[in-house]
Ligand binder design. Sequence first.
Ligand code: UDP
Length: 239
Amino acid sequence: MEKRELLYEGKAKKVYATDDPQLLIVAYKDDATAFNGQKKGTITGKGVISNRMSNRLMARLEWAGVPTHFVEELSERETLVKRVTIVPLEVIVRNLAAGSFSQRYGVEEGVVFDRPTIEFSYKNDELGDPLLNSHHAVALKLATPEELETIQALSFRVNELLKEFWSQCGVTLVDFKLEFGRLTDGSIILADEISPDTCRLWDAKTGEKLDKDRFRRDLGGVEDAYAEVMRRLTEHDAQ
Ligand code: UDP
């Protein structure tokens, strides 16, 4: 499958058309941004890790019955995916308090919830991705109530599957962001990526951060952290 015109260039990825109108090629970059683009940098090798990790996790989710956009890994940075219309929502699932949840509600990072939480924000850079509830999403016509039910159920299912998988790798899945899209028949599938850019991953024993917070918070060792989670995933898959 050949790349055709560049359709979109985002913060971490480029998206190309292909000869098949139902398929796109995603190319992962090493560019990193945080705080709505205010902080910019490069994480060497990130594109390769995010591509591989996202594909392996999506393939696992597919086996477990979660529909995803993943079709085929084409190279270390490029993947063939199903073309969708993205639902303009960021869906965040949390198992432990961290990041904006800790700040907003004054809860110490690392507090474990009795059950996972879910929240939505409106994918809109100009507005700074504001938090919204499902009623707001319907009022704004971002999704129907039925679609939101599907998105919520799939997101919690993804959490259960990924939490278990990462725990087998000695990693605590703290929280993560998902995006969903619609196929031409209207069905909802998981899209975008699942990587250390979009998940908080802590070493289960030491609590060491193995994700993009190392970049956001200038903790150093960013490349090593990305390589370490990828190593654990690969080691697990080889067993
Ligand atoms: N996240 C993301 N993209 C965003 C915002 C958040 O991938 O635009 C991920 C982030 O990596 C974390 C989770 O969603 O794993 C929850 O992020 P949070 O709301 O705590 O925001 P942050 O503290 O990252 O600003």
